[in-house]
Write a protein of this length. Structure first.
Length: 129
C-alpha cells in the first residue's frame, strides 16, 4: 500500500484558507463602512444642534423685542456663547408705516475646523404699539 493522495485532493488544498481570507476581507470592508457612516452621522448631528441653537437665539431676541417694541435697538457683533464663534446682529429698519419697524436678526457661527461661516437670519415686522 502506498501513501499517495488522489490527484483531485491535491487541487483542493488551501481553498478553505482562501475562503476564510476573502470572508475576513469582506467583513473588514463592512466594518470600515459602518465606522465612516457613524462619523458622518455624528458630524450631521453637531451641525443640526448648531442650527437649532442659532434659531433659538434669534427667536429669543425677537421675543425680547416684541415685549418692548418702543425700545427697538440695533445690536452689532454681540457674542453668542452657545455657538462656536457665535455672533448676533440685529438691524432695525423703519418701514413706510411709522408705527412698524422691520427687524432682521442674524446669527453667525463657525464650528472649529470649518472653513465657512454659517448664518441664520430671521426677519419680522414689529408694531410699536
Amino acid at each position: 500500500m502506498s501513501n499517495r493522495r488522489p490527484a483531485s485532493g491535491g487541487v483542493q488544498q488551501g481553498v478553505a484558507l482562501l475562503e476564510v481570507l476573502i470572508a475576513v476581507l469582506i467583513f473588514s470592508i463592512g466594518v470600515l463602512a459602518a465606522i465612516g457612516l457613524q462619523a458622518t452621522a455624528i458630524s450631521t448631528v453637531a451641525q443640526s444642534k448648531d442650527r437649532l441653537d442659532a434659531a433659538m437665539v434669534a427667536n429669543e431676541q425677537i421675543g425680547k423685542m416684541w415685549t418692548d417694541p418702543a425700545n427697538l435697538v440695533a445690536v452689532s457683533n454681540q457674542t453668542v456663547y452657545s455657538l462656536p464663534n457665535g455672533k448676533l446682529n440685529v438691524k432695525v429698519t423703519p418701514t413706510t408705516d411709522p408705527n412698524v419697524s422691520q427687524v432682521d436678526v442674524t446669527v453667525t457661527w463657525q464650528p472649529p475646523g470649518a472653513s465657512q461661516v454659517s448664518t441664520h437670519t430671521a426677519s419680522v415686522q414689529i408694531s410699536k404699539g
